[in-house]
Design a protein around this ligand. Structure first.
Ligand SMILES: [Zn+2]
Length: 484
């Protein structure tokens, strides 16, 4: 039996009754929280394998990044100063360039760097959608983190056929679902109406029937052409596409919805599906578009919203506290002040996200019976003291830089700033080596002063086949939409 006691923390339990303890003690036995109660003098001398004096700290549940891609984590810094269209072109060139011959060592280094960033930013659980799910499952598992990993299925974007991609997804589910003591699970992750053919969607529906407990994780309504793209698969709109295939229910996670409206929000609520919002990536690259996430309508119909970083390596920030701040600022900018209460924002990062992922029995709050995924934030600093209204401090002032200790399943993975579950030097070295190899192959220049994309034309770097498929799909949709 292994016991951990954390005492004298300000405990933000994130229980549904919103209980806060000014001086609290969290007891953990074999990775499960057994008690959260006011600290007593006896706790200072508790007999446990580990006793943490958390005076001056806030204890809260580990954060949940509800939507992230990871494969290209090593491009961080290259894209930061490009404008929206150039980013999409360069991303396409990178993701689909056959002559790059990126091997496993590149993606393994990316995943390990992502795990290191995730851990040190206090993100104990990630819901990921990637082209290299096996490497992801292993990196998350070995780092001691928790993750739902979905092999990204997109036959209009990836060279492999729908059949091959579906077979690989099935193999991934068989090998990795509920691995690493249950910390790593699998999802079914079609890329969305923009990346999948009708055949692929039909295969996804079969897969879901075979594994009905798995989450269905997809992008939806992220472009103005969403309805035309859905028409390319024979559906009148993206939600109907999912409905027709039996894919819209309480185990469905819909990401982005930038071009969804009030009626769509109503349909999502009726189905019991959940929504994942990634404000930073869209405002960073698409500030000119006057279409925004339909938060008021989702609120009106009581849809659960969780937050995700999406592609943090495009805009160089892995901080979910900042993501929450951006969600607040952008909603206020679009719809008027005070769209989010501070506590509601904290819920999107913790218990609401756990709820959306179907993991609320296990994580998302600090209460007896749940797994011990705990953050300690150092708030004993002139930047933050003195304070009242802790939810406001946690969503307006605190950053990931204040994360001091991270515990997952009762294991201390980050211990007062020291990473315990990964070899940090090894992660840096692999990341630097693989990044340098990539830049040499691409001709992408970077220095301390900035980065410059390669001059070689986009088309020469991209396999034309998937692009051709996407264009055909779009054209089919445009024709279908204009038929009587
Ligand atoms: Zn995404």
């Amino acid at each position: 039996m292994s016991e951990l006691v954390i005492h004298d923390a300000v405990v933000v339990t994130m229980e549904r009754d919103r209980r806060l303890l000014e001086r609290g003690t969290i007891r953990v036995v074999d990775g499960t929280i057994t008690d959260v109660a006011p600290t007593t003098a006896a706790d200072w001398h508790a007999s446990a394998d580990r006793v943490i004096d958390a005076d001056g700290m806030v204890a809260m549940p580990g954060l949940v990044d509800a939507h992230r891609h990871t494969d290209f984590a090593l491009v961080q810094g290259l894209f930061s100063d490009l404008e929206g269209e150039a980013v999409l072109k360069e991303a396409l060139a990178l993701y689909h360039s056959a002559d790059l011959e990126l091997d496993e060592s590149f993606f393994e280094a990316a995943w390990r760097l992502a795990c290191l960033r995730q851990l040190t930013h206090g993100v104990t659980t990630v819901n990921a959608m990637d082209f290299t799910p096996e490497l992801g499952a292993r990196a998350l598992g070995d780092a001691g983190l928790r993750g739902v990993v979905g092999p990204e299925l997109a036959d209009l974007l990836k060279p492999a056929s729908a059949r091959t991609q579906l077979a690989e997804a099935r193999a991934f589910i068989e090998n990795y679902h509920e691995s690493y003591g249950g910390r790593v699970t699998a999802s079914i992750a079609p890329g969305g109406e923009a990346g999948c053919s009708r055949d692929l969607w039909a295969g996804v529906a079969d897969l879901r029937r075979e594994y009905p407990d798995l989450l269905l994780h997809t992008h939806l309504y992220d472009t103005a052409e969403a309805e035309t793209l859905a028409a390319g698969t024979g559906a009148s709109d993206p939600l109907t596409l999912l409905e027709d295939l039996g894919l819209l229910d309480e185990r469905t996670l819909l990401t982005h919805l930038l071009h969804a409206d009030r009626e769509d929000a109503h349909r999502i609520a009726d189905a019991g599906a959940h929504v994942l919002h990634c404000p930073t990536v869209y405002s960073y690259f698409r500030a000119g578009e006057r279409t925004w996430f339909p938060l008021p309508a989702l609120r009106e119909f009581d849809v659960t919203v969780a937050l995700g970083l999406d592609d943090p390596f495009w805009f160089d920030c892995w901080d979910l506290f900042q993501e929450a701040k951006h969600a607040r600022l952008l909603a206020n900018f679009e719809y008027g002040a005070q769209q989010w209460a501070s506590y509601d924002l904290l819920e999107t990062l913790t218990i609401d996200a756990a709820d959306a992922l179907g993991m609320a029995d296990e994580i998302g709050s600090l209460e007896a019976g749940k797994r011990a995924d705990v953050l300690l934030l150092d708030v004993d600093t002139p930047r933050l003291r003195p304070f009242s209204n802790l939810p406001s401090v946690l969503t307006n002032s605190v950053t990931a830089g204040d994360v001091s200790t991270v515990i997952v399943d009762g294991e201390v993975l980050l211990d007062d700033g020291e990473v315990r579950s990964m070899d940090v030097t090894d992660v840096y070295e692999a990341a630097e080596r693989e990044r340098e190899r990539l830049q040499t192959r691409l001709g992408w220049e970077s220095s301390l002063a900035g980065s410059t994309p390669p001059e070689k034309s986009l088309l020469r770097r991209v396999s034309a086949r998937p692009i051709g498929r996407l264009v055909q799909h779009y054209a089919r949709g445009a024709v279908a939409k204009h038929l009587p």
